[in-house]
Design a protein around this ligand. Structure first.
Ligand code: 9MR
Length: 389
């Protein structure tokens, strides 16, 4: 197991940067224009974000707003290790408009303010989805008592109002999330039914673009990493969107990986989408494995499992590094305690999917990613006798 990246290059864990590397690159990007805090941001030279800076790759994390600000360690790691943040839940429709006609932007506004202070870019997540809808709209995403006309007007208003509210503050928007099933067929959501097809997707991208022309607009989904019916269907679909000049800028590969399955054909899939003239990003990476029953849901049953997890993390990052159009690499949170995995995959139990353990201490997976980034940023040249000959 690789324990440290400190032997690489001249990096030292104790050296702090004055935010120099970030200032110029961040201010040139959409979503960063308003982010000009006077105080220099300081983070360790061997942090994931500092290493990512050196090659223009944003390293992000999903953020749990119940912890940010109140949990000191959590808040410090969020600021020091990551150059982009994604609200794990607080920009979802269920949370921004729990009561019809009354918006609550407060928790999301707090994250945007945090990001500005810490010179981070924000991935907005997510405008159009079938899950986590307010109950007044739909309790399951597939059925509703509202009419098609009402649904169409509601979606338009939702997209316009939300994108306008955050105008200038969002780097990448996940405009549409998870619109296809694993068999490659369009998911039969309330949106699909109201439009009688996938037309809602082009509409949503156009509304979002009108509301904030500088934000990068993404389609985001899981299992695109694997070549198969779903990845192929989404590929064909975004190709038609491009042909119709729909303002789509990128495709997000969620990257929820599991060591019980083979590692996906991720680099080739990232590349073929990029070859359509799109940016790509890994947006929700985690690597789960079988774990013990509660309360030890983040202890792998197989003591060798962390080696497989290290390999998956490393290959997921390297797939992004190898594709020039891959602009951000975002784990779905960083502390195993806050991960969605143990609560979702509990029969059999899975967990231990993130880079930090339940005590917010970096795991071996963290050090592997750190070392990969350090190498990508530049291995030192050998100067000894015979070097270069
Ligand atoms: O991590 C999120 C979790 O806290 C929520 O309960 C869950 C609700 O569906 O959504 C989780 O995040 C999802 C993301 O928004 C979209 N892709 C799948 C993620 C994991 O379910």
């Amino acid at each position: 197991m690789v324990r440290s990246a400190l032997s690489i290059g001249v990096l030292s864990a104790t050296v702090l940067l004055g935010g120099v590397a970030l200032t110029s690159s961040a201010s040139a990007e959409p979503g960063a224009a308003a982010a000009a805090p006077s105080k220099a941001v300081r983070y360790p030279a061997d942090s994931l974000r500092a290493l990512g800076d050196r090659i223009g790759l944003r390293i992000g994390t999903a953020v749990n707003m119940d912890e940010l600000g109140s949990n000191t360690d959590y808040t410090k790691i969020t600021a020091e290790q990551f150059s982009s943040v994604t609200p794990e839940n607080v920009m979802k429709w269920q949370l921004v408009e729990p009561t019809r006609g009354t918006y609550d932007w407060a928790p999301a506004d707090r994250l945007v303010a945090f990001a500005k202070t810490n010179k981070q870019l924000v991935r907005g997540h997510t405008l159009v989805w079938h899950s986590q809808l307010p109950t007044w709209l739909s309790s399951d995403g597939y059925t509703t008592t509202l009419s098609n006309d009402e649904l169409k007007a509601l979606l338009k208003k939702h997209v316009q109002d939300q994108v306008k509210h955050f105008k200038g503050d969002i780097w990448q928007w996940d405009v549409v999330n998870e619109a296809f099933d694993d068999d490659g067929k369009p998911r039969q959501t309330v949106w699909y039914k109201a439009w009688g097809g996938l037309g809602y997707i082009a509409d949503a991208f156009r509304w979002a673009h009108e509301a904030d022309p500088k934000a990068l607009l993404f389609y985001n989904d899981y299992n695109l990493e694997f070549t198969g019916p779903k990845s192929n269907a989404v590929y064909d679909f975004v190709k038609t969107l491009k042909a119709q000049r729909v303002p789509i800028d990128g495709v997000g590969f969620q990257g929820h990986l599991d060591t019980q399955y083979g590692f996906p054909d991720l680099q080739n899939n990232l590349q073929r989408f990029a070859d359509l003239g799109l940016k790509v990003a890994e947006t929700e990476v985690d690597v789960r494995t079988f774990t013990q029953a509660a309360p030890n849901v983040n202890t792998p049953t197989d003591p060798l499992a962390p080696y497989a997890q290290e390999s998956y993390w490393s290959r997921a990052l390297k797939a992004c590094l190898a594709v020039r159009e891959c602009i951000s690499f975002t784990p779905w949170g960083f502390g195993d305690t806050y991960s969605w995995i143990p609560g979702w995959f509990d029969n059999p139990q899975e967990g231990a999917a993130l880079l930090y353990d339940a005590d917010l201490k970096p795991k071996s997976q963290y050090y592997v990613i750190q070392q990969d980034l350090a190498l990508a940023a530049g291995a030192p040249r050998r100067n000894g006798p015979g070097a270069g000959h």
